[in-house]
Design a protein. Structure first.
Length: 256
């Protein structure tokens, strides 16, 4: 469902992503981990078409993200760390607008909005202006815009950042519900490791722009180590590529 081969991203002499390759089949739920500046957000922005790669190739649901970008974008629902919301719009109006952007057929737009509202617990606030909602509800609207066109691939970047414990539990349960069907491929990036353990079956860790771990969660924990211990060990370890030619990692928020 997601195929990436030798993806790289450079900003001048700075290397944000260095030859990342991976394959994620349909229905797999992957925790995408790494320290700040490791290249997680860069990878997700490339896969969702927000920025181009410097080298390499990738496809979403069989659509090459460089040669067929529109079809690839239709196949993915993306929730960035800051949801792309219009605070002056109502929840209902905003989701209707998103269905048009995502090319949902005209006759199915109302049903698509109703379905997303129901799944994300927003039916009671559908006529509220987004700017008047709590942060937790705005995050729900962000999730709704990611799923309103019923994409086969979902990519979530820090979906619970800045939320209080109750809101975190609610959003986590929403994501868990979306993954229970086993039909969607989900990539979840978060710094909250228990979130990964609760939702994901596979873990990828990147560090300094390189993939350093890609294994089933159950296998990682088989020797008795916690995910926190694995993460600390792998992001502190000197990997072979670190001893090659020195390269600098760009911050994930850098602009091309």
């Amino acid at each position: 469902m997601i195929e990436a081969s030798e993806l790289s991203k450079r900003y001048g002499e700075l290397v944000a992503l260095d030859r990342i390759s991976f394959s994620i089949p349909p229905g797999e739920v992957v925790g995408f981990l790494g320290p700040n500046g490791a290249g997680k957000t860069t990878t997700m922005r490339i896969l969702t078409g927000f920025i181009p790669a410097s080298d390499g190739s990738a496809s979403i649901a069989g659509h090459d993200i460089f040669e067929d970008p529109l079809a690839a974008r239709r196949a993915v629902g993306y929730l960035p760390e800051t949801p792309p919301l219009y605070p002056e719009m109502t929840v209902d109006g905003y989701l209707s607008y998103v269905t048009k952007l995502k090319d949902v057929p005209r006759g199915g737009r109302r049903a698509a909005v109703d379905r997303a509202l129901e799944r994300c617990g927003l039916a009671d606030v559908r006529r509220r202006v987004i700017g008047t909602l709590s942060k937790g509800y705005r995050q729900r609207v962000g999730l709704a815009q990611a799923i309103v066109h019923d994409p086969p691939v979902l990519i979530f970047d820090e979906p619970t950042v800045g939320l209080d414990p109750i809101q975190i539990r609610e959003i986590r349960e929403l994501i868990r519900d979306l993954t229970r069907e086993g039909t969607r491929t989900v990539v979840l990036s978060t710094h909250i490791l228990p979130e990964v353990e609760a939702i994901c079956r596979r873990v990828m860790i990147i560090n300094r722009g390189r993939k350093v771990v890609d294994r089933p969660l159950e296998e990682l924990k088989r020797d008795g180590a916690s995910l926190e211990e694995v993460f600390a060990r792998e992001t502190a370890r000197e990997h072979p590529f670190d001893e090659a030619e020195p390269t600098s990692s760009a911050s994930e928020g850098a602009q091309p």
